[in-house]
Design a protein around this ligand. Structure first.
Ligand SMILES: Cc1ncc(COP(=O)(O)O)c(C=O)c1O
Length: 404
């Protein structure tokens, strides 16, 4: 039951609603980070202001779903990372991919997709987009100019690619692809999760829209899901913004806070992931059971010349192909024996991972993957490379004993 409050003449229920609320006049504290704003309602001073609220610029106070200062702080940081004018944070990397594609597509359109994209991107095209009456043509991860040109149709609206593919690591010739796509009136969207803007400035290569699964290196601590969509074009931004609103996309300030906190240290972490991955990849390439190392910085990686030309570095994720004579039990034994490496979905956190890529190489339709053995993916974390290598060393020794 209501009891009288200590303040004013309000009942407790009312006092609890009104006490301690921001008055909009208190100066903001001079703290380093934008605090976590947990909001739905934004209050307007005057009825007339609320009538025109929908015209407020993106980033101005409006309503919780559109964003909070915590979200906009994070988006401003991603804009600096990607070299983009406009950034939309969404709730995971896959959502960034799907909203970016949906923003530009209508029934009856045609799209071109690289054969080595993140598998759920492919599933989205093969199911949801297909149901919408959108046709997909897959192209080989490394495609020459004539083959790429031949894939275009009069209704081709966009090209979706990834550089490198996050399972098999081929690096496409992005400037060639963006030039030809633009000649055909199509946009290029890239999944820039592996390199991020730190290692690859996609907009200088002509890419229109960059999507990043911020869940990986941006958050960097395996503790949050987040995605970003970035563009430098006002018209494209309006479509992305409108589609996000129509779909009701929203992201929590708590997650934006974690993502912003991760992003502050992304350069130092990526430098360390890069150094560790190169050492691990080199060591693995010397093991007789490993037939190939798939790492863009290795000269025999398909598209290595484009990586050298376009990228400023390489991150912590790469794959290895195993000798086809090694059976599934032995592969499982190796993965189990590498005890410093976790097994789980995702990557880009501070921890090392070692997993088998189930069927990723086999889902291709444009260009078969040229290896028969198991495809294993390594994420080099931030541990000491010496410790990681000695752990792999004992795992490979154990594999040899297991196989007899
Ligand atoms: C290359 C790539 N893009 C996008 C995603 C999707 O990100 P999320 O898991 O945040 O939806 C992933 C996730 O593994 C990924 O590896």
């Amino acid at each position: 039951m209501a009891t009288s409050s200590h303040d004013d003449d309000l009942q407790t229920e009312s006092a609890l609603i009104h006490a301690g609320r921001p008055d909009g006049k208190t100066p903001v504290w001079p703290v380093v980070n934008e605090p976590v704003y947990r909001i739905s309602t934004v209050l307007y001073d005057k009825a007339a202001d609320m009538k025109t609220a929908a015209q407020r610029a993106y980033g101005d106070p409006y309503y919780g779903r559109r964003g909070t200062p915590t979200k906009h702080q994070f988006e401003a940081m991603v804009a600096a990372l990607e070299g983009a004018e406009h950034v939309m944070a969404v709730s995971c990397g896959l959502q960034a991919i799907t909203v970016a594609m949906l923003a530009f597509l209508e029934q009856g359109d045609h799209i071109i997709v690289s054969d080595n994209v993140y598998d759920p991107t492919r599933k989205f095209a093969d199911t949801f987009l297909k149901r919408m009456g959108i046709e997909t043509t897959y192209i080989a991860p490394i495609v020459d100019e004539a083959t790429f040109t031949a894939a275009f149709k009069p209704n081709t609206k966009l090209v979706m690619t990834e550089a490198p593919g996050s399972g098999t690591f081929e690096v496409p010739d992005l400037p060639m692809m963006t030039r030809i796509a633009h000649d055909h009136g199509a946009l290029v969207i890239i999944d820039n999760t592996w390199a991020t803007g730190y290692f690859l400035d996609v907009f200088t290569l002509g890419v229109d829209v960059s999507v990043v699964a911020a869940t990986k290196y941006i958050c960097g601590h395996a503790d949050a899901m987040m995605g970003t969509v970035s563009t430098n074009d006002d018209g494209q931004w309006r479509k992305i913004f409108a589609t996000s609103n129509q779909l009701g996309l929203s992201v929590s300030s708590d997650d934006c806070y974690l993502a912003a906190r991760g992003l502050r240290t992304l350069p130092m972490r990526l430098d360390q992931h890069e150094a560790n991955a190169l050492l691990l990849a080199q060591w693995l390439s010397e093991q007789p059971e490993v037939t190939h190392v798939l790492h863009p910085a290795f000269p025999d990686c398909p598209g290595h010349e484009f990586w050298k030309r376009d990228f400023k570095g390489s991150s912590g994720l790469f794959s290895i192909c195993m000798d086809p004579d090694i059976d599934q039990d032995a592969i499982n034994h190796l993965l189990d024996a590498a005890t410093m490496f976790g097994m789980g979905f995702s990557w880009g956190g501070f921890e090392s991972l070692f997993i088998e890529m189930n069927n990723l190489d086999k889902s291709r339709t444009a260009a078969p993957f040229p290896a028969d053995g198991a495809l294993l993916r390594v994420h080099a974390g931030l541990e000491s490379a010496d410790d990681l290598i000695s752990n792999l060393d004992q795992a490979f020794t154990s594999l040899r004993t297991f196989r007899g």
